[in-house]
Write a protein that binds this ligand. Structure first.
Ligand SMILES: CC(C)(COP(=O)(O)OP(=O)(O)OC[C@H]1O[C@@H](n2cnc3c(N)ncnc32)[C@H](O)[C@@H]1OP(=O)(O)O)[C@@H](O)C(=O)NCCC(=O)NCCS
Length: 183
């Protein structure tokens, strides 16, 4: 008899969880970029960004929201959001904010199993709750799986930005969608 997939649950993370989030975010960043980027660049980014102090600061920022997905009580992914003005190409109504999806990571055993969709639904719900008019993100030009996932959920490319990882200046696409329900 086959067992049904456990259901992912999503909740907001508070500053008291900075330690657990830092360790999880650091591991997922390493696993995502170590296969394709220079080790020195990956380490430089990790050292600067995934300390308990830095994550604690980000979690105390009132413009920031971090959503954590768990499956069967184990960490399965996280999305880090920032509320703010939209960049060029991202459309909102006058006076509305946009939600930047600054980080969106699902642990590898859960890729292709609907966890990322559940997390994006929670991101969209958070945007509606905060009266934001659009979601937007940047994705590396050499990350075709993430781009395919975002396109599938209605995001489209509206611009370009650079992302500095160590000494590597990477080219990212800017993608956006409205806050209408996900497909
Ligand atoms: C990006 C991410 C959240 C997507 O979640 P996911 O569960 O893997 O997404 P899905 O499997 O539902 O969708 C990915 C799609 O890309 C396709 N795909 C897989 N590998 C691909 C490749 N190399 N090139 C193009 N498409 C690819 C899949 O077939 C799937 O499309 P389908 O559903 O039509 O078959 C997840 O892969 C992840 O966390 N990756 C590591 C972190 C990361 O890159 N984050 C994004 C930072 S911007």
């Amino acid at each position: 008899m086959s067992h049904p997939e456990p259901i992912p649950t999503v909740r907001a993370v508070g500053p008291e969880e900075a330690g657990a989030l830092a360790a999880f975010a650091d591991r997922l960043f390493h696993e995502t970029y170590a296969p394709t980027c220079r080790a020195e660049d990956v380490i430089a980014y990790r050292t600067a960004n995934f300390t308990v102090e830095e994550l604690g600061r980000e979690l105390r920022d009132p413009r920031g929201i971090v959503l954590l997905v768990e499956v069967g009580g184990a960490l399965a992914g996280y999305a880090q959001l920032r509320l703010g003005p939209p960049p060029p190409g991202v459309e909102v109504e006058a006076g509305q904010a946009a939600v930047e999806i600054a980080r969106f990571y699902v642990d590898a055993p859960w890729h292709g199993r609907g966890v990322a969709q559940a997390m994006m639904r929670a991101v969209r719900d958070a945007a509606v709750e905060h009266r934001a008019g659009a979601l937007w993100l940047t994705v590396w030009e050499h990350n075709p799986r993430a781009q395919a996932f975002y396109r599938k959920l209605g995001f489209r490319v509206v611009g370009a930005q650079t992302f500095v990882m160590g000494e590597d200046v990477q080219h990212d696409h800017v993608m956006t969608r409205g806050v209408d329900p996900l497909p």
